[in-house]
Design a protein around this ligand. Structure first.
Ligand SMILES: [Zn+2]
Ligand SMILES: [Zn+2]
Length: 222
């Protein structure tokens, strides 16, 4: 049984740059046919924890993660809930801690733009390659060319590719997703699956050609 997951979402619970509210996330995810959403707030695990609890009575699955700023770019992290002690977390230190916790690291939007934190990458440093299981090759907040570049990088290095919307607003939820080949019950399954490569990254329209569902405007009111 396949599972459609948006693997990179920011909510208003803990990301000040996002105005995606918990109920909007649940309702819109259902409209889109998403089976789960991974909440990955900037530099904190708190939003993911809160969203996880809030979604329980709605029987909607939330995977908890976070997005950590490092000197090698932004990293999606699953299976680690450590405290962020640096604005730019040293990658080596992050890798050590995540490994100890049995988690995984996936560079987010590795080829986005030219900001300091997002150097346009034609090559991945070996230090980075040793610590990751996949690259985010479908990011809803990136230009298609950046995603293609990321995909080429992943292919060149034999890395798997994930997809996530990087939504900061309800209208962007689900624009990019990861389709897993197996049903994942919780984060332990998710981490195992991310290591196994039994998934593919998609733009929403690539899932199975389904049309983008119009949004019920009542969601805007929550
Ligand atoms: Zn980012
Ligand atoms: Zn993000």
């Amino acid at each position: 049984m396949t599972m459609i997951v948006d693997l990179h979402v920011h909510t208003a619970l803990a990301s000040r740059c996002s105005n995606l509210k918990p109920l909007q996330l649940i309702e819109r995810s259902r409209e889109l046919g998403l089976d789960a959403v991974a909440v990955t707030e900037h530099s904190t695990y708190r939003g993911a924890e809160e969203m996880f609890r809030l979604a329980l009575p709605y029987d909607f699955k939330i995977f908890r993660g976070m997005e950590v700023y490092t000197e090698l770019g932004d990293m999606l992290v699953f299976g680690w809930s450590g405290e962020i002690r640096y604005y730019l977390y040293p990658f080596r230190e992050l890798k050590r801690q995540v490994e100890e916790a049995g988690g995984v690291i996936i560079p987010a939007h590795p080829c986005r733009g030219t900001e300091v934190r997002h150097p346009l990458r034609r090559e991945l440093p070996s230090e980075l390659l040793e610590g990751i299981v996949a690259l985010e090759v479908r990011n809803g907040a990136c230009k298609k060319a950046s995603n293609r570049e990321a995909e080429r990088l992943a292919e060149r290095h034999g890395l798997f590719g994930t997809g996530g919307s990087d939504a900061h607003h309800v209208t962007h939820l689900g624009t990019c997703v990861t389709v897993f080949e197996d049903w994942l019950d919780g984060e332990a399954d998710l981490i195992e699956a991310l290591r196994s490569g039994r998934y593919r990254a998609c733009y929403y329209e690539e899932i199975d050609g389904r049309p983008w569902p119009a949004m019920d405007m009542k969601h805007a009111g929550y």
